[in-house]
Design a protein. Structure first.
Length: 311
């Protein structure tokens, strides 16, 4: 029952994002934007480019911009493509295609050599390990179980590593995966009010040992977590969450050493991701009057728009 419930929550979150990306909200005639239409932004490993998926220039695809927002083009024009992640050498990306029951595909950044990695459904949200050996992703189809799974390029196999985990990101030596999972009031979850909070965790991909790192409470006007990412030095966790009764998502940061938690955005933000030096964060501005990708310093200062719906 718990696995089935988590699968339903994961599916609902994904469908909500897809639904939002199809609703236009205009700032003005010069700068129309999509709220949540540009998502899953990730810096290249040299910090010079950003890849994301969604609608840009009226094309739903995988898009590329530089760190100043200059448009570099797109590949894979398909509404079923999502969550791109860079290879360590920045020459390829892996994406998920096919929605909730999608599969992993590898492709060169110029769009050539599209290759399906596995016949088993992959789910959503994927991340390439720094050493290039693995892809970690959320397996949302609970047959036999759902959570964090990894694809191993060494022998082209898939390995389940953590039950009920969401939004995996890698430690710097490719041995640890960070993620969060929900904690429940009961095992018979029937509505979101039965979710007590989120536990940020990590798992060793070889030994499968798991550690609980931080707990975020959802009840009593607390935070309902939606996505997360670890810093490249593994000292901080970024996450997006709605606060209290508001449906507006904002970005928060946890410092693992001392347990400090601070809010970085107050006007909307989700899907945050660090650059390789951990001094910049790219994110989707989830404010209905803003939209698009934004970039800010790691302390939340100097917020700047990176993209609009049209250039």
């Amino acid at each position: 029952m718990l696995n089935r419930t988590l699968s339903l929550i994961s599916v609902c979150l994904l469908l909500l994002n897809i639904h939002c990306s199809q609703n236009i909200n205009s700032l003005n005639d010069e700068a129309p934007t999509f709220t949540l239409s540009q998502q899953g932004a990730q810096f290249s490993n040299d910090g010079k480019k950003i890849v994301f998926y969604g609608s840009y220039e009226s094309i739903y695809a995988i898009h590329f911009v530089d760190v100043n927002g200059n448009y570099l083009g797109h590949i894979l024009s398909n509404t079923d493509v999502s969550f791109p992640t860079w290879s360590p050498d920045n020459q390829e990306i892996t994406v998920l295609m096919g929605g909730v029951e999608g599969h992993l595909y590898n492709v060169k950044i110029n769009g050539d050599s599209l290759k399906k990695l596995s016949d088993n459904p992959a789910g959503y949200f994927c991340n390439w390990s720094p050493d290039g050996r693995y892809i970690a992703y959320t397996k949302s189809i609970c047959i036999p179980e759902c959570g964090i799974e990894i694809y191993d390029f060494k022998d082209n196999t898939q390995k389940f590593i953590s039950q009920n985990g969401l939004y995996p990101s890698w430690g710097r030596d490719s041995k640890r995966v960070y993620y969060y999972t929900y904690s429940f009031i009961t095992n018979n979850l029937v509505q979101s009010g039965d979710i007590k909070g989120a536990v940020f965790r990590r798992v060793d991909v070889n030994k499968l040992n798991e550690d609980s790192l931080f707990y975020v409470k959802s009840s009593d006007n607390g935070l309902f977590v939606q996505s997360c990412a670890i810093s490249t030095d593994e000292n901080e966790i970024l996450f997006a969450a709605s606060s209290g009764s508001s449906e507006q998502m904002n970005i928060w940061k946890i410092t693992l050493k001392n347990g400090d938690i601070i809010q970085l955005t107050y006007d909307g933000g989700t899907y945050p991701s660090y650059n390789p030096t951990n001094d910049k964060i790219v994110y989707t501005n989830s404010n209905i009057n803003e939209g698009g990708l934004w970039i800010m310093n790691s302390d939340g200062s100097n917020k700047q728009r990176l993209t609009k719906f049209q250039r």
